[in-house]
Design a protein around this ligand. Structure first.
Ligand SMILES: [Zn+2]
Length: 459
């Protein structure tokens, strides 16, 4: 399928808002028909369970999503739209045009996040924020991130076309560089460390240059930070990236939170010796002990009640020769759960097993923690609002944790957050095979819309 050529963008050039508008004009022909020109209101659809509230235009929503695939879309149905790349910038220009069609005032903040704003009737009310990301991993799918952005745009378009006035201001945020470490959302909570500016991202641009390329100002990044308590709430729609919804045949996931993560280096010390001359009873084989430990990790995580996951993801035997009994093994352990205390409990049980293995195999096993990411629970009141919205719309819904990180995790430091998941076919993500059915995306967007209306009504 021939693709529209992307407008040329000079590498290294700062990409200011006027450039977005220039590029947006060049991209006008790529707009799906409903957005062209004056953006006529979509016909009112009869909502059954919620007659007073509008529904999103599913055809328009999925058409917007189709357009995003043109920016970095690959022939196998996937997308490579790396943060700060020309494709990323062009997709953001298109996003700008869509948001302007929804009557939003579009700007780029100092962190390079793209933001559309709509004032509220109550000047004292805090903003309700929706958003997700448009960047992808290399050879990624065409749904991760962009489903949430397109849905947020569609919600804004629906409110605009139905002339729904909200008491609260509304913000739609396209966070920059989610896949490369949630740079955009972490900047809003002051979590970007100075060393990160020099990190070279998958697109080849350093984060510092990338921020400037998007129209932000890396030198003033700290000014992009927002105050805790400065928003009424944040809502993100995202594909599940797992198979829980599909397996259960459920349409909507109400996310209970983003799991916390702890990672440890494991060091198992035995005795290195000759593989031919050391009798079996005399061995202190570090690799055999590690095998016991790996099984124990799996057993503890599997048999303990809850939804925790534990993984030994890397292993290296030293010296690593066919004819040497391994004297040392270096491995990693990762545990994830919605509650940091649960992670601590699982780890303690694993350590207890490790002590047994130490005496049984005559080795020593050491754990050294090297990474922690705190769990970010969603607001219980938001879970209720989302569940109510799904139920009123006639959709099946289930509460579940998110095993993957999302921008909502950062936003949780600013105020209450809620997340909606829609099903991923076969649970596949970060792959060209990633797929979510259009009607599932539409359902998710309707829940998002109704949650915004409910939050607004809650005052
Ligand atoms: Zn994502």
């Amino acid at each position: 399928m021939p693709r529209d050529p992307l407008p040329p963008v000079e590498r290294g050039e700062s990409f200011a808002r006027r450039d977005f508008l220039k590029v947006s004009a060049a991209l006008a022909a790529t707009f799906p028909a409903p957005l062209r020109g004056a953006a006529l209101p979509a016909p009112l659809q009869a909502a059954t369970a919620f007659p007073q509230a509008p529904l999103v235009d599913g055809a328009r929503l999925n058409a917007i999503l189709d357009v995003f695939r043109r920016y970095g879309g690959t022939d196998d149905g996937g997308t490579t739209r790396l943060a700060y790349s020309d494709e990323d910038i062009a997709a953001r220009a298109y996003a700008t045009s869509v948001m302007e069609s929804a009557g939003l005032q579009v700007s780029v903040d100092l962190a390079g996040n793209l933001i559309g704003r709509r004032p509220g009737a109550d000047p004292a009310a805090l903003p309700i924020i929706m958003g997700s990301h448009l960047d992808t991993v290399p050879e990624g799918g065409s749904y991760d991130g962009m489903v949430g952005c397109a849905a947020a745009f569609e919600v804004a378009l629906t409110l605009h076309h139905h002339e729904v006035e909200l008491g609260h201001p509304l913000e739609v945020v396209v966070f920059q560089n989610e896949e490369g470490g949630k740079t955009g959302s972490r900047a809003l909570v002051g979590r970007v460390e100075p060393f990160e500016f020099d990190v070279v991202t998958a697109s080849g641009f350093m984060i510092r240059d990338g921020i400037n390329r998007l129209g932000g100002d890396a030198a003033r990044l700290d000014e992009a930070q927002r105050e805790p308590g400065s928003m009424a709430g944040f809502l993100e729609l995202h594909i599940e990236q797992g198979a829980i919804l599909e397996t259960a045949g459920t349409q909507i996931g109400i996310v209970e939170g983003i799991v916390g993560i702890r990672r440890w280096y494991i060091n198992v010390l035995g005795a290195q010796n000759h593989a031919g001359t050391t009798p079996m009873p005399q061995r202190r084989d570090a690799l055999v002990a590690t095998a016991d430990l790996i099984r124990a990790v799996n057993e503890v995580a599997t048999t303990t009640e809850g939804r925790q996951v534990a993984t030994v993801g890397r292993i290296e035997a030293v010296p690593g020769a066919p004819n040497v009994v391994p004297g040392e093994v270096r491995a990693t352990l990762e545990i994830r759960d919605l509650e940091m205390d649960k992670i601590g409990q699982i780890f303690a049980e694993i350590v207890a097993k490790a002590r047994e293995i130490e005496s049984a195999r005559d080795v020593t096993i050491e754990f050294e923690r090297f990474y922690e990411s705190l769990a970010a629970p969603t607001a219980p009141a938001f879970r209720d609002i989302l569940e109510r919205a799904a139920t009123d719309l006639g959709y099946s819904a289930v509460r579940m944790p998110s095993g993957a990180g999302h921008d909502a995790q950062s936003m949780a430091e600013l105020g209450p957050v809620g997340m909606i998941f829609v099903p991923s076919r076969d649970g596949i993500s970060h792959s060209p095979l990633e797929y979510t059915a259009p009607e599932d995306i539409t359902r998710g967007a309707n829940v998002l819309l109704h949650a915004v209306l409910a939050l607004n009504a809650a005052g």
